[in-house]
Design a binder for this molecule. Structure first.
Ligand SMILES: Cc1ncc(COP(=O)(O)O)c(C=O)c1O
Length: 370
């Protein structure tokens, strides 16, 4: 079976992790601090705070900005629900905005429209763009809109470690950036996550909130406010540190594999059978997702591909289609793009460990079945 993706954990990372386990220093410690310094350097950001997973990262980011009941946060329709769940879990309201059919990221024109037409009762407080599958959202336009309307920007860069847009590094291009190290991400620590910021004040809050609201001082533990335990372990950090050294070369390989798919699948696109993803130069290609034309039933195709030994799946969810969040427009407002990507999106096997021969098998199977 050609799996959707495979975690890429080098043997030396396993050895390094075993050494940490043998040392007995299991919880947050020196490895986490080193990992944070290396991540801050990689992202060119002042503060990096490793946490237990990407959802914890989003939760902490919203808590650090004091976002809560009575506040509203703009989120893209097409994403993993963790984006909006974090907003709901701080007691704020997620406001869904449709996405762009090419990039699968927040549509800036829809965002502008939603902000202009917003009538409350909640106060708009923040925009949470998602760099979906590693494609950079339009951070210049989003930051400009945020500035104009005095909104925070919290990037959900869960899938986008290593994605760039010109000189902007995704996740480090706004007030706070959040990453996931889940096994479906290019760099994985099993569970794991990261929050980054250039603000000293926010960083202090993030670190305390991550650790029971506490800071160790010479006089002992000082508790500043109620907090959580969202710490990463030392042995997870050691896994991540070794992978980070190789991340850029993995993304480089992913770019050439994406170019292979784009070329080999172009006849199907030209025949109107599917749409291909946009190939931004700074895409980090966490996932390669095509969009099937309406004539095909995606779920049936997933089964037929599995029968041929190829694992595929939907790409991400559509928050409006899940119907667990309120629709602030009215009952008839449609999120056409997000719901189409959810229904017709097909994520193909993809990661730096695959050869072009394996990808060719996927292409052949698709050509055969479509
Ligand atoms: C866009 C997005 N945000 C947040 C998350 C949550 O990350 P985690 O699974 O590490 O909690 C994910 C994970 O899949 C994601 O894809």
């Amino acid at each position: 079976m050609i799996k959707l993706s495979k975690p890429n954990i080098p043997e030396i990372a396993i050895t390094a992790m075993n050494d940490i386990i043998r040392s007995g220093q299991l919880v947050h410690g020196a490895e986490c601090i080193q990992f944070e310094q290396e991540l801050a350097a990689y992202l060119d950001v002042k503060h990096a705070c490793v946490v237990s997973n990407g959802t914890a990262a989003l939760h902490l980011a919203l808590l650090a900005l004091d976002i809560g009941p009575g506040d509203a946060v703009l989120v893209p329709d097409f994403t993993y629900p963790a984006t909006a769940n974090a907003v709901a879990m701080v007691g704020a309201t997620p406001v869904i905005v449709d996405v762009c059919p090419q990039t699968y990221c927040l549509s800036v024109s829809e965002l502008e429209k939603t902000i202009a037409q917003w009538q409350g009762p909640e106060r708009l407080k923040a925009i949470m763009p998602v760099h979906e599958f590693g494609h950079p959202a339009d951070m210049n336009a989003i930051n400009e809109l945020a500035k104009k309307h005095a909104l925070y920007v919290v990037e959900d860069a869960a899938c986008a470690l290593g994605a760039v847009d010109g000189h902007l590094k995704m996740g480090a291009a706004s007030d706070i950036g959040c990453f996931s190290f889940h096994p479906r991400k290019t760099l994985t620590t099993g569970e794991g996550g990261l929050v980054v910021t250039n603000s000293d004040e926010i960083a202090d809050k993030l670190r305390r909130l991550r650790n029971h609201g506490m800071e160790r001082t010479d006089a002992g533990m000082k508790f500043f406010y109620p907090g959580l335990n969202y710490r990463l372990t030392n042995f997870q950090a050691s896994l991540g540190r070794i992978q980070l050294e190789q991340l850029n070369s993995w993304i480089h390989t992913r770019k050439s594999l994406a170019a292979f798919y784009l070329k080999k699948l172009s006849p199907l696109a030209e025949a109107g059978k599917l749409r291909l993803p946009s190939s931004h130069a700074g895409h980090s290609w966490q996932t390669f997702m095509v969009v099937l034309s309406d004539q095909y039933n995606r779920d049936e195709l997933v089964i037929k591909l599995r029968e041929k030994g190829i694992e595929t799946s939907l790409g991400a969810q559509s928050l409006s289609s899940l119907a667990i969040y309120p629709n602030h427009w009215n009952d008839t407002h449609q999120f056409d793009t997000g719901s189409t990507l959810y229904k017709q999106g097909l994520a193909l096997p993809f990661c730096e460990l695959y050869s072009t021969a394996e990808l060719q098998q996927v292409v052949d199977a698709l050509i055969d079945l479509l």
